[in-house]
Design a protein around this ligand. Structure first.
Ligand code: CA
Length: 410
């Protein structure tokens, strides 16, 4: 393991084995720069790389990660090796410290320009729970679910940075037992705790990406909150799938953790029966032993285990491109809600409260079915690293603002 001379607080999940990339500014509207998190600090890596004369320096001199993402895996590995050297060889200490900033004082932004956005549905526990709630009289899983990673194309333009407020959406809603739809703010605003995969290297139209090329195309991992309006979703979703019940906002965490930082977190996915078709045959293990934590107004309401996901991110990428659809730098695909087998491992309020029939008791004595205006939801995650160190993904957070519809009607 590399020892760093850098002052990383004990227990920090942003040690030298992590080195996640993000985009920061010193003031809210100030110039945006690429940063790498270490301990409680952020490094101005473009400045350091320029001083060091690194050939990749221009890739880091940007306000988004996209130029670095587009450069491909050999460059990602070279950059990571050099940053590791800066932080482990004391000769670099004065130069690194000259370009160090306190993380707490910075504004963090959407780290990359999102190209296309896809959301999967890969947790068997989640899919069974949702099926049981919405279709109690039929089999919880559709027949196709065990043969392919189910997904839909979402709205890339409404992927927002962690911390962005989320306005309660309005729309057509129809609840069980109602004869006709009504219009107004959603009464069932929910979250979905998910893990996002950030595509770096593009692919050519017409050429599927084989499953074994996953790590050549995917740069890293972030956290996703797929905000969902369940009453809007339930009314609109048949026959073509999620639309306005999802597209009003999707929040992502500010730090993208490189796949190369997650080597110790790789685990086999759960057994798959029936065996997947050859293009989805797992090959290398790309399950990830990430433990998520969902907090509502600071109270922990769930700890979903990502290792329980039925379909891996490598299988999802192979499926996403098997028809010849091309990848673009900045594509984001999310895992689907992460739910484990246990009741306190469910990644949505839909499941945690069984569609509001079993309210959650929070630590402050209040109850929730779905989200109230003013509620703050935060999703955090970490993974095992070497020697007992944890690799943190950081957090994605957002506060619910009242519907604008209510203001207009006053
Ligand atoms: Ca979702």
């Amino acid at each position: 393991m590399n020892e760093t001379w850098f002052d990383v607080p004990a227990g920090s999940e942003f040690g030298v084995a992590n080195l996640p990339f993000g985009v920061y500014s010193r003031t809210e509207d100030g110039p945006r720069k690429i940063g790498v998190a270490i301990g409680d600090s952020v490094l101005d890596v473009a400045a350091i790389a320029a001083v060091e004369g690194e050939e990749f320096a221009p890739l880091l001199d940007a306000g988004v990660l996209n130029p670095l993402l587009a450069a491909g895996r050999p460059v990602w590995q070279q950059v990571r090796r050099r940053i590791t050297t800066w932080l482990t060889d004391p000769a670099h200490r004065p130069m690194v410290l000259a370009h160090r900033l306190d993380r707490a004082g910075l504004h963090l932004h959407l780290p990359f320009d999102v190209a296309d956005y896809v959301d999967f549905y890969a947790s068997e526990h989640h899919a069974r729970n949702v099926g049981s709630i919405f279709r109690p009289d039929s089999a919880p899983l559709h027949p196709n679910w065990i043969h392919l990673p189910i997904g839909y194309h979402g709205r890339a333009g409404t992927v927002v940075a962690s911390g962005s407020p989320v306005t309660r959406p309005r729309g057509q809603r129809k609840q069980t037992g109602e004869d006709a739809p009504t219009f107004g703010p959603t009464r069932k605003l929910d979250i979905e705790a998910e893990v996002g995969f950030v595509v770096g290297s593009p692919s050519a139209l017409g050429e599927p990406v084989p499953i074994e090329r996953f790590a050549d195309h995917v740069f890293g991992v972030c956290l996703v909150n797929d905000w969902s309006a369940r009453d809007i979703q339930a009314w609109e979703t048949v026959p073509l799938g999620p639309f306005l019940g999802k597209s009003f906002a999707t929040s992502v965490s500010p730090w993208v953790v490189p796949l190369d930082a997650l080597g110790h977190a790789r685990v086999p996915s759960p057994p798959q029966d029936p065996a997947p078709q050859p293009y989805l045959a797992p090959g290398e293990d790309w399950g990830l032993d990430l433990t998520l934590e969902v907090r509502l107004n600071g109270h922990v309401i769930s700890r979903p285990p990502f290792a329980s996901m039925y379909w891996s991110a490598a299988q999802q990428l192979a499926h996403l491109t098997v028809n010849g659809a091309s990848l673009r730098t900045g594509d984001l695909y999310a895992s689907g809600t992460v739910s484990g087998a246990e009741p306190d491992e469910r990644g949505s309020l839909l499941e945690l409260t069984w569609d509001g029939t079993d309210p959650l008791l929070l630590g402050d004595g209040t109850h929730r079915t779905y989200l109230n205006d003013g509620d703050v939801v935060t999703i955090a995650a970490s993974a095992p690293g070497s020697d007992g160190v944890r690799i943190g993904l950081g957090e994605v957070t957002g506060r619910v603002l009242p519907s604008k519809y209510q203001e207009e009607r006053k």
